[in-house]
Design a protein around this ligand. Structure first.
Ligand SMILES: NC(=O)c1ccc[n+]([C@@H]2O[C@H](COP(=O)([O-])OP(=O)(O)OC[C@H]3O[C@@H](n4cnc5c(N)ncnc54)[C@H](O)[C@@H]3O)[C@@H](O)[C@H]2O)c1
Length: 400
């Protein structure tokens, strides 16, 4: 086992704050398995802010870089925690992997299937660890939801799932963190692949291999976006509304709907219908069970989310608790960082490696490919790259 892993935070915008908070939680519980030695962002101010926050936690100040090449040449870090816009995931990860660093990349893995596969190949060739930063499935609440729905089957076999988030709310096109999220060449796709990437990961985690996907989507918000990275100005062109139906090889039929463009009161629910009852998601339904779930039984009785959580936690062995909730940490961001560092220290696979990230991503891409083709697609054909018409312009633009 190697000593403390030296980690660089690469991309110090919005979500990197949650990574720092997850680290803080772990550190306060006694974890010293890794230390941040560098922060890198094209905005020096952003990198400095995170370096200062990390210094407060760990007592040593990470070095600040504005270029990934300089970070690599410094030799200060052996692993990168990448929190970057989607169009940079593959190029930055590949540079760092080729430079000998281990890499964990925020979801979704790469901007397309091809980008993701190149990342996986590069990690393999260089014998480095590639992990997908996916926090949702690691929360205690989420793990308890999975346990209730598919292991204990508290509502019987889940046969139908209905997920809806119809919530009018146009994006703020002046916010730099939203600009790149509105243009396909920079983000890869809209919410199907943004918070939708958490949803697809949880669907695979709960129900295994998808079979066939049909999706219909539309883009009503087509504003011109100014001040974009790389492109300068471009028209918003990602989906803002969709209806998808996902069939699993052995699992329920899932309907998945979303809009931020259709005015009206919010309709939001996550319902898992079983042969004996209904499991209701208690939080934002794309982040399945992150806030727990209530089990409604046919006889008008129900099991509360706290009861589900307690029963789940009591079912774990000491070794399982240590692995799933290291140092007692129940924060998904903290757990994913520990898992990455521990995988490096013990030369083992992380819970979500590149392939796990690719598989979740392929379900997002299957929605896009179906909507683009106007017909159902097989998940396996999208994962293999046989169907890729929606992604083709992105692959061409980034020379993938
Ligand atoms: N796990 C979650 O719940 C969650 C939530 C939000 C975002 N995300 C993911 O996190 C990633 C980042 O999203 P965000 O919301 O933090 O975006 P953001 O736009 O807020 O932050 C991106 C940061 O990257 C920096 N950057 C841009 N080009 C760079 C370069 N060449 N070198 C170094 N830094 C560069 C930007 O200056 C910015 O600070 C995305 O993959 C997104 O999908 C995950």
């Amino acid at each position: 086992m190697s000593d403390q892993v030296k980690l660089a935070l690469v991309g110090c915008g919005g979500i990197s704050g949650a990574h720092v908070n997850g680290y803080k939680d772990l550190f306060s519980r006694g974890c010293r398995d890794f230390v941040y030695t560098a922060c890198c962002d094209v905005s020096e101010e952003s990198a400095k802010r995170r370096a200062d926050e990390l210094a407060e936690i760990q007592g040593s100040t990470p070095a600040v870089f504005t270029r990934v090449d300089d970070l690599l040449n410094s030799g200060l870090a052996e692993a990168g925690d990448l929190c970057l816009p989607h169009f940079l995931h593959h190029s930055m990860a590949i540079s760092l992997l080729e430079g000998g660093m281990h890499v964990m990349v925020e979801k979704p893995l790469g901007i397309t299937i091809r980008a993701s596969k190149k990342m996986i190949e590069t990690a393999g060739k260089n014998k480095r660890i590639l992990a997908t930063a996916e926090n949702i499935r690691r929360y205690a609440w989420a793990r308890s939801g999975k346990w209730a729905a598919t292991q204990q089957k508290l509502a019987g076999d889940v046969v139908a799932v209905d997920i809806a988030n119809m919530a009018y709310g146009p994006f703020d096109a002046n916010n730099p963190a939203m600009k790149w999220r509105m243009v396909k060449l920079l983000v890869g796709g809209g919410m199907i692949m943004d918070s939708g990437a958490h949803f697809t990961d949880m669907m695979l985690c709960l129900f295994g291999e998808p079979d066939e996907i049909y999706c219909n989507m539309s883009t009503m918000d087509t504003r011109m976006i100014q001040g974009l990275p790389v492109l300068g100005a471009a028209q918003a062109d990602v989906e803002d509304t969709w209806h998808a139906v996902i069939k699993f090889v052995q699992g329920p039929l899932v309907t998945w709907s979303y809009s931020r463009a259709l005015p009206g009161p919010i309709l939001r629910h996550g319902r898992y219908y079983g042969t004996k009852g209904l499991i209701e998601d208690n939080g934002f339904p794309f982040h399945c069970f992150q806030s727990g779930c209530t089990v409604h039984l046919g006889d008008n009785t129900y099991i509360t989310r706290e009861e589900v959580l307690n029963a789940y936690m009591n079912s774990l062995s000491e070794a399982e608790r240590k692995r799933l909730f290291p140092y007692g940490c129940e924060d998904g961001f903290g757990i994913q960082l520990w898992d990455f560092a521990d995988a490096i220290r013990n030369s083992r696979k992380p819970e979500l490696d590149g392939t796990a990230g690719l598989k979740a991503k392929a379900l997002c891409e299957a929605c896009y490919e179906s909507a683009y083709a106007g017909e159902p697609v097989k998940y396996a054909d999208v994962l293999s790259g046989k169907i890729h018409a929606y992604q083709q312009p992105i692959d061409e633009y980034w020379k993938l």
